[in-house]
Design a protein around this ligand. Structure first.
Ligand code: NAD
Length: 308
């Protein structure tokens, strides 16, 4: 199938400057155009977008610039025969480094010192508070691009890495792989529980009160997946009750996190504004993926990261 136009939807501006992205795509085989709401699409069109618009299903192919495509009506694309691809595969390094940074921050207490610095206070930690990641166990839930990016880096730091994946098949640098039906067993002994799975019917609300009860009282939850995989009310209750020690959260049920959310208030909770994958090179990474698929489309080869 020949792509006659690559339409870049203005929504890509949520994750990168649209102008830079269009420029990075300019050496593709098809002309590139920036479009916005109200644009019509038809055969020969490829659309690159952050989010979904109903008009997109009239195009031949739609590429989502995120790994998570949970906000796209996959059935509508399938019914229309429109190819949908996502951007998994490019976030292993960015999110892997961010998750290691969260864990190091919490273990080495950097967040507490930064808070004290703001008040010009020379604030020493309690003797037992600082710890090292070396020798601690991390459980990584979801062992795809993100999960492996975390596992590889955690292993280098001397952590014992266990994980959860649907197949239960072994993964490099992960000493034990559990299937999702053993989720509570998998997280029970972990100092850090890192969520890196997609949001699906199965994973929505998976981290709830029983999960927090299963976790150690000195454990930290790290969520770089999607907000709704965690029951936020149950998380707040667990933090209040001391059932878990803290959290590092990049994603939330509602984004931006509402000002009235209690999650802003905990000393032991790091809140980041859905930026664990942020990098000044994002436009290049996504452009490479789109270019590769334009070529595959022309050659009639199966598309990389095809969802439907
Ligand atoms: P991926 O497809 O490479 O990996 C996801 C893995 O999770 C797969 O191996 C899948 O089999 C596994 N999985 C599915 N259901 C599971 C379950 N019930 N229990 C355990 N594992 C399960 O995707 P990825 O690129 O690693 O991204 C994963 C998710 O992370 C995305 O869907 C997206 O929602 C989120 N994400 C967030 C950011 C961010 O900025 N915070 C960036 C990229 C991705």
């Amino acid at each position: 199938m020949h792509i006659e136009r690559i339409a870049v939807d203005e929504s890509v501006g949520r994750v990168m400057p649209p102008g830079l992205f269009v420029e990075a795509l300019s050496n593709s085989d098809a002309p590139v155009e920036l479009v916005d709401e109200g644009e019509a699409f038809g055969p020969g069109d490829a659309v690159v977008s952050f989010g979904h618009r109903d008009a997109f299903v009239e195009a031949d192919w739609v590429h989502c610039v995120r790994a998570g495509y949970d906000e796209f009506p996959v059935d509508a694309y399938e019914a229309a025969g429109t190819a949908l691809t996502n951007s998994t595969g490019v976030h292993g390094t960015t999110v892997g480094e961010t998750v290691v940074a969260y864990m190091l921050t919490l273990a080495r207490r950097l967040h507490a010192y930064r808070d004290a610095q703001r008040d010009r206070e020379w604030d020493l930690p309690r003797y037992k508070e600082p710890f090292t990641l070396d020798g601690e166990r991390v459980c990584v839930v979801g062992l795809g691009t993100l999960g492996r990016g975390v596992a590889d880096r955690a292993a280098v730091l001397g952590m014992e890495v266990v994980g959860v994946r649907r197949s239960g098949d072994p993964v490099e640098n992960v000493s034990t792989v559990f299937t999702p039906d053993r989720f509570h067993e998998a997280i029970a002994d972990a100092r850090f529980v890192v969520l890196a799975m997609p949001l699906t019917e199965e994973t929505a609300g998976m981290v709830d009160a029983p999960a927090f009860e299963a976790m150690r009282e000195d454990a930290y939850l790290v969520n770089v997946a999607r907000g709704p995989v965690v029951d936020e009310d149950d998380l707040v209750a667990a933090l209040d009750a001391g059932d878990v020690a803290g959290a590092a959260l990049d994603v939330f049920a509602e984004e931006p996190l509402p000002a009235e959310s209690p999650l802003w208030n905990f000393d032991e909770v790091l809140v980041t504004p859905h930026v664990s994958a942020a990098t000044g090179k994002y436009h290049e990474d996504i452009a490479a993926l789109v270019r590769e698929n334009v070529e595959k489309m022309a050659a009639g080869d199966p598309l990389t990261n095809r969802v439907v």
